[in-house]
Ligand binder design. Sequence first.
Ligand code: XCC
Length: 671
Amino acid sequence: MPDVELEKLSMDVAAQQMLKKAQAEGVETIFDRAKTMKPCPIGIEGACCRICAQGPCRVPPPKKKEGETGEEKKQRMGLCGATAETIVARNFARMVAAGTASHSDHSRGVAKLFKEIAHGRAQGYEVKDVAKLKRVAKDWGVAISLGEGEEAKGRDKYEIAKELADKILAEFGQQEGEINCVKRAPLKRQEIWRKNGVVPRGIDIEVVELMHRTHMGVDQDYHNLMKQSTRCALADGWAGSMISTDLQDILFGCPVPIAGEINLGVLKEDHVNVVMHGHEPLLPEMLYVAAQDPELIRYAQNKGAKGIQLAGMCCSANEVLMRHGVPVAGNYLHQELAVITGAVDALVVDVQCEMQALENVAKCYHTKIVTTDERARMPLAVHIPFDEHHALDVAKKIISLAIDNFPNRKAPVMIPSVSSPTVVGFSYETIQYLLGGSIRGSYYTLNDNIINGRVRGVAGVVGCNNCRTTQDSSHMTLIKELLKNDVIVLSTGCAAMAAGKYGLMTPEAASKYCGPGLAEVCETVGIPPVLHMGACVDNSRILMAATACVKAGGLGSDISDLPAAGAAPEWMSEKAIAIGQYFVASGVYTLFGVTFPTTGSEILTDYLFKGIEEEYGGKWDFVADPEEMARRMIAHIDLKRKALGIDKARERVLYDMAMRRELEAAAGEEH
Ligand code: XCC
């Protein structure tokens, strides 16, 4: 394949090298399949209904004649009479339900483990972050001390954890009332949700009800379907995902800045390489411990290896990277490529984003795929089930299997010598510590810099890779445009790994890529201009950061007032749609690239891109070109600055205390 062709597939040199190797060795990858299999033109627009056996009914919009706009006169419908907007809305709703279910089922697993740990029944785990345990316990109404006044005595951390675990687990099956973390949101936001009747009652109920409503012949009103989609998505962002983040922090430590390394070059030819791929950090935490076991290291040496190299892939990677600095082999589109190096002795998977084709690729090399979760089996893989009661034993067994496989390497091993250093671990708490005023103890310094114009606004750039577009290219173009315009970027998921791969997550990147205002702020604080906030469940950290900005004052009274926007330029998974929907419903202008799953109905798309803003202050948008995406985000940020009365600040740059107080007062009066 000529180099120009390769550059169209991925902008990552490591990926290009591996694709060349794959071609030379006759190994097929997703990049090859993307060439031969084009997406279904009807399905891509959400205009195919296959929820009953009378169909599938296809209702694509007719090709428009030049100059024609608006929905065609003749109503398109399926056999049962379901209109295009109902069909497209049901498909969209089911994506939200699946995305929410995925994050929340992950979260349930963490909560169950948390309970076992609290009761001392989970080998090797402990409650690491007691300060966060106490903060979260307070939010859930769990006492952290007993007695009053001077008599008060702090409760044992495991006692707190036991009570907290039960409260949290109950939220999954809660049937009425409101999910707990709704009250973390700005007051005005809570009112909006209550007014629109979308405060989630529990977690599971919202997913189940949404699936019910999208069954044949149930909800036939697209707006009502979107209302339940919103309620379901909010149960993801403000419950399922938020619970994962909180409990993982309590158990494994709230991330603080730590150095890491990203890309395939982190694999080592002379080491046993174990790649951890998936989403749940429960087993990876133990693999991290097991890989340091002197006995296992000796065992590896006996087999001719110099040591054991652990590396992450996808969101599991983000989890162990930001807590332990475990290097990352790559993001979503790197999974087959890692195997193609010929150096991966075991690829350990749990749930989500693992391509079935991995087994075909692994067959061409010596790599053993190890499945560990009953919910995600692969027919040819070795299955070693994760068991929280003996997690360390399970981890050691997996590492031993990888060591035993080391001498079986057959194909020529070739590891691209490509990797980039990164600084990660910017939890919402860490940002508060670094960018918060020491006096106010909040996000005040960040707000101050937004008000005085050094920082123009905040952008969340998140989401996947998608083989229908050049790997990482949209992420990079968008992020660089934002930085140049003094917009600080918060990132998670595969987008964060992309930013890391090209050196945007080092403090030095500030002077290289940022406008003068943002560069000055980053250099003063010593942070990268793209802040790695974690895995995809950690988008909940972005919600908390946005809320903290609102609460710090001076930038309005709701998330929708902030000069901020979000984007997933290379999204592909249903989880991304759930995330997008909860950001929109939380008041954020949210842009997706590649394709948008509702374009089969103008009525529905119009609602999501415009009408929904009147209800929630946030809205969706779709734009494939990342430069245009950046322009729209910046224009939105400027609009919000204007509404806050801080648009002039960019020219003046410096605000004195008196002016700042005035601004704050004005913002307070407005709302
Ligand atoms: Fe999966 Fe989370 Fe998307 Fe990456 S970003 S491709 S969902 S690993 Ni979550």
